[in-house]
Design a protein around this ligand. Structure first.
Ligand SMILES: Nc1nc2c(c(=O)[nH]1)N[C@H]1C(S)=C(S)[C@@H](COP(=O)(O)O)O[C@H]1N2
Ligand SMILES: [Mo]
Length: 329
């Protein structure tokens, strides 16, 4: 992948973490002001919930609404408290709509119907399928997953969707297929972030076919018992809860089975900071910050990061040499 050699890569990468510090700093400030005024509100949450209400009023009815809520899969449940819906839907990373967390409103410009998903490459049954046909064919379920962003914020939310392997089974990967490549929409008319020429648009991500076949690999179509909000990656996004959040690509249009390990968005932007594997490991720091702790959205406490984000039992079989540090970057 060719990139302009003078792109201000350090500046952009820095914004990923700076933004986070500002956001938490601001939340503390607002909380402090509220406390000083004797108010029982957390300013940031209040703002986010107003934004969610505005979004719901403006959006046309989603044709898949009747499919939710889906029955919870007891194998993937977590005790409450979960991250409040208004935070999960009001504090987002979706760089197509801006390199900050408040992209909720801008993301409403994304047309999510009609929407087709193409599965192609090294498959016996290449296909382009309408999202609502796909939703009817897939066994929808709800799973409560942890999500850990590389920037150290985290959340616990009930996603709805279906196991990625069900979709791959439909397409029948050929024996030569070794990686699964995912690609987001590309349309800078609705996604102003895509006018930033120094990024390798469209956003792509990839995993090995073995990782894609793991039970945990989940195609998300809903959040909190409702169709997925655009800002969270409607109409179809990935959830790979044992990996840093940037692997969980949003608003997927194309899934390609390939033989060689593909270039992926963040890996091309800066492979040293955003590795291909990106398996969560508290012992392997990001080059510019520690990964030893994390903070759940809506809380004020740093808690220890878990190996594979708490999913070691489920995924350890994928990685015979767990000591191989390159698995964690
Ligand atoms: N297309 C696309 N997918 C994306 C991103 C993005 O910028 N564009 N950001 C990623 C990152 S860094 C994270 S942490 C999660 C955030 O998902 P959420 O906003 O639903 O919490 O989306 C991931 N998927
Ligand atoms: Mo992230």
């Amino acid at each position: 992948m060719l990139l302009p050699s003078r792109r201000p890569r350090w500046k952009l990468a820095e914004s990923l973490v700076t933004d986070e510090r500002l956001a938490f700093g601001r939340r503390r400030l607002i909380g402090g002001m509220a406390a000083a005024a004797g108010l029982a509100v957390a300013g940031c949450k209040e703002e986010a919930s107003q934004a969610v209400a505005a979004t719901e009023a403006a959006a046309p009815a989603d044709p898949s609404a009747a499919l939710y809520p889906a029955a919870r899969n007891a194998a993937f449940d977590l005790p409450e408290p979960w991250t409040p819906e208004r935070l999960a839907a009001g504090y987002n990373n979706f760089i197509e709509f801006g390199s900050h967390k408040n992209i909720q409103r801008a993301a409403q410009a994304l047309p999510t119907r009609p929407w087709t998903v193409t599965v192609d490459g090294l498959v016996a049954e290449p296909m382009t399928i309408d999202i609502d046909d796909l939703l009817r064919r897939m066994p929808l379920e709800e799973r409560v997953y942890r999500h850990r962003c590389v920037e150290t914020w985290a959340m616990i939310v009930p996603w709805s969707g279906f196991a990625l392997r069900h979709l791959l089974d439909l397409a029948e990967p050929l024996a030569s297929a070794r990686y699964v490549l995912f690609q987001t929409f590309e349309d800078s008319a609705v996604a102003p972030g895509q006018r930033a020429f120094w990024y390798p648009w469209p956003y792509t991500e990839a995993v090995t076919l073995a990782e894609a076949g793991n039970d945990l690999a989940f195609m998300v179509t809903g959040l909190y018992g409702k169709p997925l909000p655009r800002q969270n990656g409607a109409p179809l996004r990935l959830a790979l809860p044992w990996k840093y959040g940037y692997k969980s690509i949003k608003s997927i249009e194309r899934i390609s089975l390939v033989e060689e390990r593909p270039d992926t968005f963040w890996n091309v932007v800066d492979g040293n900071e955003y590795g291909f594997w990106a398996n969560v490991n508290p012992a392997v720091p990001h080059p510019r910050w520690s990964q030893a702790t994390e903070r759940l959205l809506g809380t004020q406490e740093d808690v220890p990061t878990l190996l594979f984000n708490g999913y070691a039992e489920e995924v350890a079989g994928l990685y015979p040499n767990l000591m191989d540090k390159s698995l964690y970057r």
